[in-house]
Every structure is written in C-alpha cells, then in structure tokens.
Design a protein around this ligand. Sequence first.
Ligand SMILES: *Cc1c(COP(=O)(O)O)cnc(C)c1O
Length: 428
Amino acid sequence: MAKKLRSLQTWERAQRLIPGGVNSPVRAFKSVGGTPIFIKHAQGSKIYDIDDNQYIDYVGSWGPLLLGHANSMVLSAISEVMQNGTSFGAPTELEVELADIVTSAVKSVDQIRMVNSGTEATMTAIRLARGYTKRNKVIKIEGCYHGHVDYLLVKAGSGLTTFGLPDSGGVPKEFAQHTLTVPFNDINAVHQVIEAHPDQIACLILEPVAGNMGVIPPKDGYLNELRRVTTEHGIVLIFDEVMTGFRVAYGGAQEIYGVDADLTCFGKIIGGGLPVGAYGGRKEIMQCVSPIGDVYQAGTLSGNPLAMAAGIATLKELSQPSTYAKLEETSNTLSDGIKHSAKKHNISSFHNRVGSMIICFFTDQEVIDYETAKTSDTEKFSKYFWGLLDQGIYIAPSQFEAGFVSLAHTEEDVENTIRAIDHVFSNL
Ligand SMILES: *Cc1c(COP(=O)(O)O)cnc(C)c1O
C-alpha cells in the first residue's frame, strides 16, 4: 500500500475550503469510494503525488495531454510567449495561427472562434444554431456530455416526444423544455423526434464517438444518416469534438467517418493543457456571430496568448508523420492485452477502443448506448480502479470515463500496465 499521509491531510484541508474538496466533481473519487491523491508533478506518461508515489497515467488531465505531461516543446512555447506578457485583450498573431491550423485540419471548419472551455464552445454553438435557424429546439443524445450548460444537463423524458427533465439542481424545468433527448446509435428515434417537431429543431448535437459514457463508437452509417436527415430538415448538425478532436485522428472523428458537421466544438487537446475551447464551422453560419451578426459571444481571456502557444505547439507536434500510427499501435497493444487478460480470468467484460480512447465495461452485454453502458458492474469497476492505483496505474475514477493513451506511453508502460491489470483480474 502506497504512502498517503500528505494527500489525506490535504484532502481534509481541501474539504474545509472547497465544496467537496475539488474544483470539478469527478476528481473527488466519489463513484469509486475513498479519497483522491493530490498531484505534485508529472512528466511524460507518469504523474507523481505529494507523497512521492509514481503512477502511469491514463487520464491525461481528462484528455488534453495527447503528447503526455510536461512536453518540452509545449513548455518552451509557453515560456517563450510568456516573456511578452500574459494577456492583452487585443488581437494577437497567435490566435490567427491556431485558427489557421485547426481550419486546415478539419475541412468542414471554415472559420473558428476561440473560447476558454468546452462548455463555452457547446453553449455558444447551440446559441449560434438557434440564431441562424431562428428555431428553438435542440436534439441531444442520451449519455453524451457537452459540459455543464443548463439545458444540456438533461436526462431523457419518459417517451420520445416528451421533453427532457433537468438532471441537476438549479436548472428550471422550463430551461429544458426545448431539449429533446434520444438514445445514441438509434436513427429511428431521431426520425421520430424530427417528425414530431416540424420546423422547430435548430440543431442536433452529439459526440460522434461517445466518450463520456465509456467509449462507444457510432454504428456503421449512423453519422451519415444523421448528416442526411439534418440537411433535409434544415437542422444544424453539431459535432462535439471537444474530446475526439485531434485525438482519434488529426482531423477528428469527422476524418475517420467521412462525415462533415455544420458546426464543430473543440477543447482539450487544442489548448495543449491550458484552458481553451473553440467552435467553428461553415462560414455562412459563423458569420452570424457578433460583431458581424447578432449572436452575441465574448470573453475577456479568449484567445489567451499562453493558451494559444500551448495549442499551436501541441498541434504542430501532432501533425508530424506517423504520430497517429504510433498512437494506434500503442493503444491497440494495450486494449488487446486487457481483453486477453479478461478472457483468461473469465471476467464478464465488453471492450471498446477508438484510436487512443479505450474502455473495459464490466458487463456481458454489448454496449451501444447509455442504457447498455449502465448495465456495467460499477462495484467491480471500483475494485479494478483501486487495485490498479495500488500498483501504480492511474485511470479515471469512474466506469464511464474513457482511458486515454498518449504519445508518451512506452512499450514498457503498456507491458507494466497489462501485468498490473492481469494481477487485478486474477483477484476480481
Ligand atoms: C470535456 C468535454 C466537454 C466540456 O469541456 P470543459 O472544458 O470541461 O468545459 C464538452 N464536451 C465533451 C465531449 C467533453 O469531453
């Protein structure tokens, strides 16, 4: 058992000063029980806690750190730019450079606006879709997460044509009355909702690869059919690629599945570990944003030079040849290793992987949507989580979070991880 004294002491102090001890709920380890570790520093694939324990990290700050921790190119880009000042509230070349890189990488994105988080990106993309279409309703997919926007914190109603119900305190149910939820991978449900609300639906937003209910890829043809039906009905198709953008491929999920969105949300990787989000898409729609159009959106620190520098450095590294092939190989080796070990130890499990996003669901069902994801045995997951942490492997403290492989993970890291997992499975 690892030393934990300092983390425990800091946890006591944190709980006195910060609600629940954390600045984002999932960090509190509530769904696995127990108390979190506090991080002191990190390098490459490893993080170190304040009791000096070392872990191989598969959280990667929840997605941004595809290059691994403290990447030297990213750090030197930040420190160089930092000498010139940290924020100006006026245009800089860096914003234009990052806009150029992202619009060149994702062909459906003609123009892009930088914000400070993924939440801001999805919130504004929807406001923009509503302003552009002059319609109010939003189709949201059950189990997809788009940040903590009021009317997106919604669970499904009792039937397809009923409205969603707020999933969080503090959200008036009227705020959710324009949110229509349907299951992931269910194209008929989308057809039915569209038929039931003719000319009222502004947009459909989804994660093209669901990554906030574990990892669930779209079924063959699902995204194509969403593209077809939204075009037919004048509905803006929004891909929330905050997680998948520059992760599953340089051009995101749109590149892999060959489907263009009207608007795309970014975050995480494009900020290289600093706070960044962005939304972009077809010029005709983006021209509705203030100061050209009447859809308002602003930000004191938007396009912050340090964040832009970190993003540019990250994306430049990612654009090098064979980056994604290497990531694919590492991720595949890990995923196969887990699958193989689960089979050897007769663990009921279902495995998904899209690029460097991987998941082991503790269920014997095929996981295709939120309902099937929820069949997972979360108690078993908790044992798995603590077993791994004990052996120096840090995965997200929830069954419904993706595991993120980075370019910093070595063959040796993967071997050690598989060995640790095999040990945990043998006692599960
Ligand atoms: C993380 C995430 C968000 C929210 O981004 P924040 O920067 O945490 O606000 C939105 N959508 C998806 C798909 C995400 O994974």
